[in-house]
Design a protein around this ligand. Structure first.
Ligand SMILES: [Zn+2]
Ligand SMILES: [Zn+2]
Length: 332
């Protein structure tokens, strides 16, 4: 096995709880935790309110091509910021990127309203280092160190975990990003980027329809409804893709990541979550020709344009064979 394949199969440099101690994984500061909890309410409730208004509009027949186009286009662009930028590039270093590509992806990912970029990365690295064990911020099986499960576990993993107010120790999990002044600035300007993600479709909607109602529709469909879609898409990976689906790769008995084909296209390739846990540092998550992975298509396109490089592609067949799960009793 050469150095590159070793790198692909290694869990990204994420400290597991058994090495660092659970109490160091999060910041023990009650004031900060209370602020975090307060932020969780508008983060969840405002897009939900947008969904409720959108449902009334659908019933009243007020929705046309502009609303659908803005919602889907804004969803695709910002979700790619999340999957390609926050996830595959910044969290897992699955490829290197030109500085402005890195910045644009971080900004687009911030528009999905899932927390400032460094918090997002720190949380996700903590998830990989402690998957479905105490220390995992959003496991359907573990809640604040104790066992969970059933619907309670599902909702905890989907979004309720944010109301725990836990703040992942970014010095421990995202020191590399804390040293990057551009990323630190984008992190600090988080609320600005979220607001821009709401204002931009409002401006386009106003221009498209030539009216203030058009601007409102743009804000609602390209803004709030789109954020709700972003959030439920990303949260579904923590809930559905750790509960339902297949586990072709052996990622250890302690964790339950799964491939869920239904989620693959809507979440731009992230539904192949067991593949991802088996080879977390790969830029490509769909390993088979039929495993659609639109995020990888964008990475390959950027690579052809010379804007990203060192792309860690599909792991070599031999390495994947070694990781395949074997029936009980079969010889390794
Ligand atoms: Zn996972
Ligand atoms: Zn990941």
């Amino acid at each position: 096995m050469n150095a590159q394949t070793q790198n692909l199969s290694a869990a990204a440099r994420m400290p597991p709880s058994r090495r660092v101690g659970l109490d160091r994984l999060t910041i023990q500061n009650e004031k900060l935790r209370a602020t975090q909890r307060r932020f969780a309410y508008p983060t969840v409730l405002l897009p939900t309110l947008g969904l409720a208004i959108a449902a009334v509009e659908v019933a009243a027949g007020l929705v046309g091509a502009m609303e659908v186009t803005l919602a889907l286009a804004m969803y695709a662009v910002t979700m790619l910021g999340n999957t390609v930028g926050l996830h595959r590039h910044l969290t897992h270093r699955a490829f290197s990127a030109h500085p402005w590509v890195r910045a644009v992806l971080a900004v687009l990912g911030s528009m999905t309203a899932q927390g400032p970029v460094i918090n997002w990365v720190a949380n996700h690295r903590r998830h990989h280092g402690n998957s479905d064990q105490p220390g995992d911020p959003h496991s359907p099986y573990v809640n604040q160190g104790g066992p969970s499960g059933g619907w309670r576990g599902f909702w905890h993993a989907h979004f309720e975990w944010m109301f725990d107010g836990e703040i992942t120790n970014a010095v421990l999990f995202a020191k590399d990003l804390l040293r990057d002044p551009v990323i630190v600035r984008i992190n600090r300007q988080y609320l600005f980027w979220v607001t821009l993600g709401l204002v931009l479709p409002a401006v386009i909607g106003g221009w498209w329809a030539g009216s203030w109602f058009g601007a409102f529709q743009g804000f609602l469909w390209g803004g709030l409804v789109r954020v709700a879609m972003n959030q439920h898409a990303a949260w579904s990976i923590s809930s559905f893709a750790h509960l339902f689906g297949s586990r072709p790769y052996d990622t250890g008995a302690h964790e339950q990541s799964r491939n869920l084909a239904l989620l693959a296209l809507p979440i731009l390739g992230e539904g192949w979550h067991n593949n991802h846990h088996a080879f977390p540092n790969c830029a490509v998550v769909g390993f088979e020709w039929w495993q659609v992975d639109p995020s990888a298509w964008l990475i390959r396109l950027l690579e052809r344009c010379g804007l990203v490089w060192d792309v860690k592609g599909v792991p070599p067949a031999e390495l994947r064979r070694q990781k395949l799960r074997r029936p009980a009793g079969a010889r390794a």
